[in-house]
Design a protein around this ligand. Sequence first.
Ligand code: MTE
Ligand code: CO
Length: 421
Amino acid sequence: MSKKYNTSRRNFLISSLTTGGAIVASDVARATQNDDPAITQLQPWASELGDGVDASPYGRPSNFEDHVIRRNVPWLTADPTSSVNFTPLHALDGTITPNGLCFERHHGGVAIVNPKKYRLMINGLVNQNTVFNLEDLMRFPRTNRLYFLECAANSGMEWRGAQLNGCQFTHGMIHNVLYTGIKLKDILTEVGVKSSAKWILAEGADSSAMTRSIPIEKALNDCLIAFKMNGESLRPEQGYPVRLVVPGWEGNMWIKWIRRIEVGDKPWHHREETSKYTDLFKDGNARRFTWEMDAKSVITNPSPQSPVLHGPGPMVLTGVAWSGRGKISRVDISIDGGINWKEARISGPAGSKSMHRFYYEFDWDGKQLLLQSRAQDDTGYVQPTKDQLRSIRGENSIYHNNGIQTWAIDRNGTTENVEVS
Ligand code: MTE
Ligand code: CO
């Protein structure tokens, strides 16, 4: 399936010359018709009364936006209860992911937890084994934080070559949400952590009993017990009524429907941290833990699901970048498959371990483009190419693919997932 492009100047020119297709008129973004009925005639929405205020007690997007939905990849969906769907990154702007569009990943379906029967138990190396209900949790001081959550398997299908045609599918296992919650540190302090404590085990209430070991330093640093996303209660599929937030770390540690935290002195090595989510290297050894999600970025427009609909002239390119280690300090753009780079503009609310939005405006000469974005975070780390990743980890890896993505745009504006070498 993989498409390889050679970026040498000569090959690039030849392929530009041989790519067929008409060049669209260059008059960009201007309605030029003098008698345009959309401006000269009364439209239906102005000639009759609209719906009253009660028509939509819980608001919904415009019907014209009904294509902006989470989608799955049928051949990845062996069974819908242990599956994934993807955030439509190509149809979004800004930095916040709307609640109804946050990708879902469940190992045992969506647990429907009655908030009145919700309990969080803390046991193990603590002074006082304790069970909290929702009301108890609400009496701790609350905090608001914007964070991305990226599944370790995001871009996993792209390890061996370009495969899925759209950033929704190649990069859509991510969302960026404003969480309201309480600090895990405050709860652990309340129950009293013993000095021998080194790890916690977070366990979900769903049928998969998703469990992960987390070092106590991280638990006491910035983890949250969250109950709101973007101002409203968590959606059932995001862990209603309570989920764990583990900023910057791989998504599977963000236990949804969290029901128990055990405090211990060593990691538990459960299924999701042994047979899954470990990185297999060339020599057959696997890296034991990969917690932080390294700096990564993707151009969301244009992209295969959002091709260029205009001719040569001004083009606005945009995308998102994030790092589990801090803030994004810069994003560079290449329009020639990684030969030349120019700095993009970062815009909008963003912070450490949250998604950043970038824009790059340029004049398109109408020739073929090989678009790439490359993120750098404030530790100085620069997003690698896929070849650089493969040279270290080999081709058998799945998880933690943060390699640079390439979209090829032909003269018609058609956009395709490719790799350059
Ligand atoms: N927590 C529980 N209890 N059960 C799960 O199946 N899936 C994990 C994590 N937490 C999971 C879970 C995985 S692999 C990811 S990537 C994230 O939740 C996905 O969060 P989301 O569904 O809110 O996008
Ligand atoms: Co995941």
